[in-house]
Design a protein around this ligand. Structure first.
Ligand SMILES: NC(=O)CC[C@H](N)C(=O)O
Length: 318
C-alpha cells in the first residue's frame, strides 16, 4: 500500500513501510567508511564518527526516524538558512545589493573570489555570505542571537534548543579565516557593524545544537510554501520560500551543488557537523546526520542516505 502525495504536480509514492526503508538505507550508509570528522576545533573532532541518523518529516505531520535522530549535534552551516530568513525579512530586496545569488564554484571558506568581487559575497550559503547576513542581523536587532534562538525554538517546537557554548568559544578561537573574510568585506565597506560582534553572532549560530528531528520539523515550512504545517503560521512568504529553495539548489552543497542537483535533485544545505537537510516541495523534509566529511565538507553518509531515499521514492524536483 502506498499513499500518494503531490509534488510539483507529480504524484510521489510515500510507502507505508517508510521506517523499514529508512532502516535499510541507514544500514547501507554505515558501511561507508570514506570521510573524515571535522577537526578544526576539538569540540567537533571528539564526536563519534559512528553516529548516523535519518529523519523524514512529511507535511501531514508524520515524523519517521532511524538511528541517532534525537541526539543534538552542531548544525554549523545549516544555520545559514535561519540567519538568511531574518535578513530577508528585515531588508527585503535591498539585501541583494550586498550579497549575490550566484553559485561560487569555490570551497565554502574561500577568500580569493571575495577580493575579485570587491567584498560582495557570491551567495548567502558560503561563509562570506553568512557573515554578511550576520552583519545585517547585528545591525537590525538589539539582540540578534535571541531573535534567531526564539525563531528556531518556535520552528522545531523545542524550547531547549541552544548553542553549545564550547563550540561557540572554540569557533572564536580558531576563526582566523572567517575573521579575514569579515575584515576584507569591511575594507570594501560591505560590513556596517563592529566586525568582532558580527563574527560572534556568526560563530554562535554555527554552534546551535539540534537533532535531525529538530531540523526536519524546522524546515517543513520550506516544503509548504512558507507555511509551518504544524502551527499553520506563515513563516516566510511563498515567494521567499521559493527563493530560499533556489539558493539551496544552486549553493547549499557548496562546490558540490551541481553534482547534488544532478544525482539527487533537491534543494539542500549541509554543515561541517555532518548534517544535511533536503527540502521536498509539497512533500516534506529529509534530514540526515553522520560526522565524517568528504573533501567538499559535506557528510559522505548523509549525502548517500538522502540520494538513496530520493532516488527510491522519485523525489527530484526536476
Ligand atoms: N561549512 C560549514 O559548516 C562551515 C561552518 C564553520 N563554522 C566555518 O565557519 O568554517
Amino acid at each position: 500500500m502506498t499513499q500518494d502525495v503531490i509534488s510539483g504536480g507529480q504524484p510521489i509514492h510515500a510507502p507505508d513501510n517508510l521506517k523499514s526503508l529508512l532502516q535499510e538505507i541507514l544500514q547501507q550508509a554505515r558501511e561507508i567508511t570514506d570521510g573524515k570528522v571535522a577537526d578544526y576545533i576539538p569540540a567537533l573532532a571528539e564526536v563519534s564518527p559512528e553516529c548516523c541518523a535519518l529523519t523524514v518529516a512529511t507535511l501531514d505531520g508524520k515524523v519517521t526516524s532511524v538511528g541517532d535522530a534525537h541526539q543534538p549535534f552542531s548544525i554549523q552551516s545549516i544555520s545559514k538558512i535561519f540567519g538568511l530568513m531574518l535578513a530577508m525579512e528585515r531588508m527585503g530586496d535591498a539585501l541583494w545589493q550586498r550579497v549575490q545569488m550566484e553559485p561560487s564554484g569555490q570551497p565554502f571558506n574561500s577568500i580569493v573570489q571575495l577580493e575579485w568581487e570587491r567584498g560582495i559575497p557570491r551567495n548567502p550559503m558560503i561563509n562570506a555570505g553568512a557573515i554578511l547576513v550576520s552583519d545585517v542581523l547585528v545591525s537590525h536587532y538589539s539582540a540578534s542571537k535571541s531573535a534567531v534562538r526564539s525563531m528556531v525554538r518556535g520552528l522545531c517546537n523545542r524550547d531547549t534548543v541552544t548553542a553549545d557554548p564550547r563550540v561557540h568559544e572554540s569557533e572564536k578561537n580558531h576563526g582566523a579565516r572567517n575573521a579575514a573574510l569579515a575584515y576584507l568585506m569591511k575594507s570594501f565597506g560591505n560590513i556596517e557593524a563592529d566586525v568582532e560582534e558580527v563574527l560572534d553572532h556568526y560563530f554562535w549560530q554555527c554552534a546551535l545544537s539540534m537533532s535531525t528531528e529538530d531540523l526536519a520539523r524546522s524546515f517543513a515550512f520550506l516544503a509548504n510554501r512558507g507555511k509551518c504545517p504544524r502551527s499553520g503560521q506563515q513563516i516566510t512568504s511563498h515567494r521567499d520560500a521559493q527563493r530560499i529553495n533556489a539558493l539551496l539548489s544552486t549553493s547549499g552543497m557548496y562546490d558540490q551543488s551541481g553534482q547534488f542537483a544532478f544525482t539527487v535533485g533537491l534543494p539542500a544545505k549541509s554543515g561541517v557537523g555532518g548534517g544535511i537537510v533536503a527540502i521536498v516541495p509539497d512533500y516534506g523534509v529529509i534530514a540526515a546526520w553522520s560526522p565524517p566529511l568528504n573533501a567538499y565538507g559535506n557528510s559522505a553518509r548523509s549525502m548517500a542516505m538522502i540520494r538513496s531515499l530520493a532516488n527510491q521514492l522519485g523525489l527530484s524536483v526536476y
